[in-house]
Design a protein around this ligand. Structure first.
Ligand SMILES: Cc1cc2nc3c(=O)[nH]c(=O)nc-3n(C[C@H](O)[C@H](O)[C@H](O)COP(=O)(O)OP(=O)(O)OC[C@H]3O[C@@H](n4cnc5c(N)ncnc54)[C@H](O)[C@@H]3O)c2cc1C
Length: 441
């Protein structure tokens, strides 16, 4: 047990409370503490891992990872990071099918948010690679959940369940075979939104990994860069790299001090940054996989760039037939002078059976803006209403501002999810500030 200040990655939400481990969890603690919320590595942006009225519960373990090469899976403790799993898998010639844009995410957090990666159009979300998981319930029972047996309802309520069904302590995760630790990359520039969307569609057919950066500053006509890549085959490496095909390069890391005054980051600064990003040389050929998949990790705490007040990240999905919405949104962003550091656009593949999962066929766009611009909050809440009416969703692990009625309109299966939560957590113990805000607990 320790005193702990949990801060959302956007720095807009935080709370200090006692943090207990799974080993310290008892019926008595549950009765005493009213609410508890599992925590991982604190990379969710808003208030999904914050509990102002309860305590924090984390996994304590030896961070074990065991890899079964014949059956191509890993069993890991839930407090293992995605980066540790990647490194252990690469050493044996494997790689997880789905990883996020940063390696600093715990397996428990990846499952609870049902995260997606650049491979979503091929591999689905993280839940699709979970074969089995272990959950500590509020009744202090350790249960195993699988998508293939009578526990599947609880399994799919926990995948994307934002920690509100219990503490994930262990998981069995599928792995893909790889020949090298490199990705053969291609990048192309697009002058406007329609070129950008067309390029993403083209790249999705060619590549396992696809993502687009979109310039959300300046003229807002949707210019950007599309990146695609496949795991490199050994024959695609040069002689030097071929002699050590599973080399794991230690990335160079810069640190941004927590002292940047928020006035430094004005729209001119962001415009210059985006301009430089647009004209930077395009990547080509084999590059180390972790450098390609986790580009933001080279700046360790880049959230400091928005100063002490932090940032709000807003990621949404809209169905393909509503593609015009992205154009309309660019106009709204321009009118309101919203300049985003890193606009990220992706095309989602099929959805899974998770009841609160985010990825659904359509386009997804992530926008960030300085939290000090509080006048933008009602504007983004209105945008959320439009998204809900078009059949889209806002991503919960990034959310800090969604309203309950819009959430219900977006996540149609949330009522069914609540019934399952009542069964698996009859004490309604697992609760976060976000869960309370959205009426999930
Ligand atoms: C730079 C950056 C890049 C990112 N890129 C992507 C991306 O490409 N794709 C994507 O989908 N997301 C992305 N994210 C978001 C991130 O993957 C999710 O927020 C993830 O859930 C964070 O995991 P965590 O271990 O930090 O969990 P926390 O932030 O601590 O918690 C997040 C949620 O998971 C729950 N949780 C945590 N651990 C457990 C557990 N053991 N059992 C049950 N519930 C648990 C918490 O209760 C909370 O609801 C990114 C975030 C950052 C900062």
């Amino acid at each position: 047990m320790r005193k702990h200040k949990q801060i959302g990655w956007g720095k807009t939400h935080s709370s200090t409370s006692i943090c207990y481990t799974n080993k310290e969890f008892t019926e008595d603690l549950r009765l005493k503490s009213k609410f508890g919320i599992p925590i991982g590595m604190g990379r969710s942006y808003g208030d999904s891992s914050i509990s102002s009225q309860g305590v924090y519960i984390e996994v304590e373990s030896e961070k074990k990872i065991s890899i079964n090469s014949n059956e191509m899976f890993a069993i890991c403790d839930a407090n293992v990071s995605i980066g540790d799993l990647e490194r252990a898998a690469i050493e044996k010639g494997f790689f997880p099918p789905t990883v996020p844009g940063t390696e600093f995410v715990s397996i428990g957090g990846a499952i609870a948010s049902n995260i997606h990666g650049k491979s979503h159009h091929y591999s689905g979300a993280f839940g699709d690679s979970v074969i089995e998981l272990e959950l500590l319930t509020s009744a202090n029972q350790q249960i195993s959940l699988s998508p293939k047996d009578e526990t599947s309802r609880y399994f799919w309520a926990t995948i994307g369940g934002m920690g509100l069904t219990g503490l994930i302590t262990k998981a069995k995760i599928k792995l893909n075979k790889i020949e090298t630790s490199y990705v053969l990359v291609e990048e192309k520039r697009a002058k406007n939104l329609s070129e950008l969307l067309d390029l993403v569609k083209l790249f999705d057919n060619k590549y396992l990994f696809t993502v687009a950066w979109i310039d959300l500053s300046g003229k807002y006509f949707g210019r950007g860069i599309v990146s695609g890549g496949n795991h490199a085959k050994i024959t695609e490496l040069n002689a030097k790299n071929r002699s050590n095909p599973f080399k794991i390069k230690k990335p160079r890391r810069f640190t941004i001090p927590n002292l940047v005054p928020s006035w430094v980051i004005n729209s001119l600064f962001i415009r210059i940054f985006n301009f430089i990003w647009f004209i930077k040389p395009l990547q080509k050929g084999p590059i180390p996989i972790r450098k390609f998949l986790h580009p933001l990790d080279s700046v360790r705490n880049w959230n400091n760039i928005y100063g002490r007040k932090g940032l709000i990240q807003f990621q949404f999905q809209i169905p393909f037939k509503e593609e015009h919405f992205i154009n309309d949104l660019l106009l709204v962003l321009k009118q309101n002078k919203v300049s985003s550091f890193l606009g990220v656009l992706k095309k989602f593949g099929e959805s899974d059976q998770s009841l609160l999962g985010f990825p659904t066929p359509g386009w997804t766009l992530a926008i960030d803006f300085p939290a000090k611009r509080t006048e933008l909050i009602p504007i983004f809440q209105n945008i959320s209403k439009d998204i809900a009416n078009l059949g889209g969703k806002v991503y919960l692990t990034k959310d800090a501002i969604l309203l309950k009625e819009d959430f219900k309109n977006m996540y149609k299966e949330s009522e069914e999810w609540k019934k399952i939560k009542n069964e698996i957590d009859p004490f309604n113990y697992w609760s976060s500030d976000q869960g309370l805000r959205l009426g999930l607990c």
